[in-house]
Each structure stands twice: as C-alpha cells, then as structure tokens.
Design a protein around this ligand. Structure first.
Ligand SMILES: Cc1cc2nc3c(=O)[nH]c(=O)nc-3n(C[C@H](O)[C@H](O)[C@H](O)COP(=O)(O)O)c2cc1C
Length: 324
C-alpha cells in the first residue's frame, strides 16, 4: 500500500488543491501535480460516469507523459461523496478502483466501503470532518488521514475555529491531518504546519485561476469581495456552506429569510448544479485574492512564499530566542 509518507515525499510543498464542484478541471489538476502540489477534483463535478472516466484517462496519460519526460509529478486525488443523495457513488467508486486513483478524498457519510476497496489496490483515503465526533467515526472506518474543514472554508464548510478543531483532532489521532479553511498564501501553509497540520487544503484561492471553470462573474466577484462579503447558510442546499453575498442578492435571495430558514434535506448534485451556477460559493480567503493567474504561476508563487516564510520564521525564532 502507498504510505502517506510516500505521498508527502512526492509533494514540493504540503498543499492539496482541493476538489471544487464546477471549478476543478483536468487542466488544473495536471498543472498543480506538475508543480508538485496534489491536484484533485470531485467525481460528481463531471457530467456523467463516462465523463468522469475520460477525465481519469486524460490525467493519467499526462502524468505518464510527464514521468517519461523525467518529471516527478505529485499524485492526484478524487473526491467521492459518500451519501444517499449521490446516486453515482457506486459507479464512481468502481472507476476509482479500476484506475487505482492514488488518493481518494471522501466526504459526508462514513467511508467504510471506500476504505476497504481503496486499500485493496494500495490507495489512500482522507476523509472530510468538521468536528471531533466526525473524526472519531472516520477513524473507526479506517481512513488514513483526516481533512479538518474549519470555519471560513469555501463550499460546504465546518464552523469551528481551526485551532480548536485541530487540537481536538490531535487528542484522537497523530496521523496525517489536512487543514482547510481560508488559506491563500505560502505563509499560511507554514502556519498550518505550526498549528499541527501536515497538509494545507486550498480551495477558494484556485477558483481565481485561468484553468478554473468558474464563470467570469464568479471570478470577478471574488476579486471584489472581502471576508465580510461571505454569507454562511445551510438553507441554500441543505448543508452548511459559505456563499458570496452579492451572488445571493443577485439571485433574489432574502438574507433575513435565509438566516432564519432551517436547512432542508441535502440536495443531490444534479440539482445543486443548477443552484450553484447562479449562487456562488467561496470562503473567507477572498479578501486576499487580487488576480487571476494560471494554476502553474499560482503554484510557483505558493512554493516561493512558503520557502521565504520558512526562512523568515527561522530567522525570527533564532533572533528572539522564541524557539527555546
Ligand atoms: C466552489 C467550491 C466548490 C467546492 N466543491 C467541493 C466538492 O465538490 N467536494 C468537496 O469535498 N469539497 C468541495 N469544496 C470544498 C473544498 O474542497 C475545500 O474544503 C475548501 O475550498 C477549503 O477552503 P477554502 O475555500 O477557504 O480554501 C468546494 C469549495 C468551493 C470554494
């Protein structure tokens, strides 16, 4: 089985470009992996199981080509929603097994079946959690790592403060933990490590790239928004999520009604597709996003910032003696 250590060794910096519905593309995944960041995409973000397989084939072919040219791309990952609302779950899991997807990012319900089948071919499973209770259940199901989704994350989010959640998770588990929520710079990656995480999960920052399939309107709204322009609600599609306030208003939503509406049933992704086309999600990190670089340029920038942050922080600790 691929160990998580083997995966870390193939990353230039400990960053996973997070799976994003209607945003992730094969081009984004390939560009990230090529620069040594783990690229990923949600299986349900593709139009059908056939399209999902065509994305896998395209990514695998490009990875092989990069390896033949002497590069060492990072492994890629696929997000599978383990929930009764996901009618494609079985077929998509079968394809992950057929293609031996190196890393599966499971979300929503307990991922027991995913763990068994992915471990069978030597893959690795990381599961999304937003509380210590979720972490407990995921660990019981045998996952290899946890993704701590904290307050301020884009998409379906947690609500807990990152220090609080990480510390609670670390009381249970000393294995790989990915921190998600609000990060946009290489310095944030170092901060996540200092807090006790092993990897940083970057979503929103990558919406504003050339390879993202978000609409121009969503990208522009991200450039114009700050953290205070993000609205939290579970009433849009039944799961707690962060939304760009201006997109809610443009779609005619009444924020006071949303604030007081109880969440309904979780909506299936084919229906979510219609809603997410007009109402856009993003996390608190929007306020630090000013440009639309290529994925490659953004990855290079993150690597450079991370290296600089390590150096500067090392000097700071040495200078102040704070390390002792
Ligand atoms: C537009 C958008 C779509 C998302 N879609 C998914 C998804 O399909 N599956 C999933 O597991 N997470 C999804 N997420 C959550 C991300 O994987 C990740 O947890 C989050 O973006 C991290 O926080 P950040 O956006 O503040 O960086 C989505 C996030 C965004 C912004």
């Amino acid at each position: 089985m691929t160990s998580v250590r083997q995966i870390s060794d193939r990353l230039a910096i400990p960053v996973i470009v997070a799976p994003m519905f209607l945003v992730s593309t094969p081009a984004m995944v390939i560009a990230a992996c090529r620069e040594g960041l783990m690229g990923s995409f949600p299986a349900h973000g593709t139009r059908s199981t056939d399209v999902f397989e065509s994305w896998l084939v395209e990514i695998e072919a490009r990875m092989r080509q990069l390896e033949d040219e002497g590069s060492r791309p990072a492994p890629f990952a696929v997000n599978l929603v383990v929930h009764e609302s996901n009618a494609r779950f079985k077929g998509d899991l079968d394809l992950c097994v057929k293609h031996r997807v190196p890393v599966v990012l499971s979300s929503k319900s307990a991922p027991g079946e995913v763990v068994a089948r992915v471990h069978d071919y030597g893959g690795v499973v990381f599961h999304d959690i937003a509380s210590q209770r979720h972490a407990h259940k995921a660990l019981e199901a045998g996952v290899d790592g946890l993704i701590a989704v904290t307050g301020g994350a884009g998409g379906h989010t947690g609500t807990l403060n990152p220090f609080a959640l990480l510390n609670e998770v670390r009381r249970l588990f000393d294995g790989p933990v990915v921190l998600a929520g609000g990060m946009t710079t290489g310095r944030d990656v170092l901060a996540a490590q200092a807090m006790g995480a092993d990897f940083a999960y970057f979503g929103t920052r990558f919406i504003a790239t050339q390879e993202s399939s978000a609409s121009d309107g969503q990208k522009q709204m991200i450039l114009e928004s700050n953290a205070s322009d993000i609205f939290f609600s579970a009433a849009v599609d039944g799961a707690p999520a962060n939304w760009l306030t201006k997109s809610l208003l443009a779609a005619g939503a009444d924020l006071d009604v949303l604030r007081t509406t109880l969440p309904g049933k979780i909506v299936a992704s084919d229906q979510t597709r219609k809603r997410w086309k007009d109402i856009w999600t993003a996390g608190h990190g929007v306020g630090n996003i000013d440009d639309l670089p290529s994925t490659q340029a953004l990855c290079l920038r993150l690597k450079q910032e991370y290296t600089q942050a390590r150096l500067a922080f090392g000097q700071r600790l040495a200078g102040t003696g704070a390390s002792g």
